[in-house]
Design a protein around this ligand. Structure first.
Ligand code: ZN
Length: 289
């Protein structure tokens, strides 16, 4: 079916107590592996393109691939822009057919972030698509930017932000980080709980790679309805390619790509199932139709 908007997908997930997996594709095959994994599990899925991936391929190529893969798929697929910093980039995604965008001006003062996010929410509402926005700063590498300050989200600001904005997803700095964790992550469960109670908006959990299952399940229970996985995917993408070649020593590109595709699909299935998305596609479809 055509790509669907983020908001009803996450409202449904939050109401039913699971999270939708959101993966950052790096090429056509990784997008396809994401949607096929979701189809095999009858689950909704979020494909989220980073700005640097869009810059690499161009909006037109990415939306073309996505439509080719998703239009005839029986599961709900959202095409989302991850960490949109540049308003022109966001605008072009909205015009070209993305069904969700993230505006991330979390490094700006609160009022500036609120005002700019409002403009993006208005633009997205006209196109009938959802918006994710963030306050606080999430630790780690974001595209090519390194965020090394720890700046947790203030629940008072979160409450006001979500009251004034009709968001599909709210991203907060609650102790998770982009990239691999050095040591045990110190996830602030109380803060997640408080933000969730005061915003009543599905929370997007950034930095899902490397969190243990207990942490993931706790976050979902507290209101995280979207879990982002990127670093994991980068590693499987490269390792599966290298490992296959080292074992087989054949210069047959399609064999290497086939092995890589299967390894990625396996990873996506594991994550979708872990977050509780299995067999949820038809309930979601009844809400987006
Ligand atoms: Zn992120």
């Amino acid at each position: 079916m055509p790509l669907v908007s983020l908001k009803p997908v996450l409202r449904e997930a939050k109401a039913k107590g699971y999270a939708v997996a959101a993966f950052n594709p790096v090429d056509y095959a990784s997008m396809k592996a994401m949607v096929k994994a979701a189809e095999e599990l009858k689950a909704p899925v979020i494909i989220q393109s980073s700005a640097k991936t869009i810059k690499y391929y161009g909006h037109k190529a990415m939306i073309g691939w996505m439509r080719e893969i998703a239009d005839d798929s029986p599961v709900p697929v959202v095409l989302h822009l991850d960490h949109g910093k540049d308003v022109e980039m966001i605008k072009k995604c909205v015009e070209m057919g993305w069904t969700s965008v993230m505006i991330d001006w979390s490094d700006k003062p609160f009022e500036v972030n609120l005002e700019q996010t409002k403009k993006v929410v208005d633009m997205a509402a006209k196109a009938g698509i959802g918006v994710e926005a963030e306050i606080g700063e999430i630790h780690g590498v974001e595209d090519d930017m390194i965020v090394d300050a720890v700046h947790f989200t203030d629940p008072n600001e979160a409450e006001r932000f979500c009251r004034e904005l009709d968001l599909a997803a709210f991203a907060a700095a609650i102790g998770t980080a982009h990239g691999y964790y050095k040591g045990e992550p110190d996830v602030k469960f109380d803060l997640i709980g408080e933000i969730n109670r005061r915003t009543n908006t599905p929370m997007a959990l950034h930095g899902g790679t490397g969190l243990n299952d207990e942490t993931i399940q706790k976050c979902i229970k507290l209101g995280c309805a979207k879990i982002n996985i990127s670093t994991n995917l980068k590693h499987v993408f490269i390792d599966s390619f290298v490992d296959f070649h080292q074992k087989n020593k054949k210069y047959e590109p399609l064999h290497v790509l086939g092995a890589q595709y299967e390894a990625l699909k396996q990873l996506f299935k594991e994550k979708i199932a872990q977050f509780g998305g299995t067999n949820r596609a038809s309930e979601v479809l009844s809400k987006v139709a």
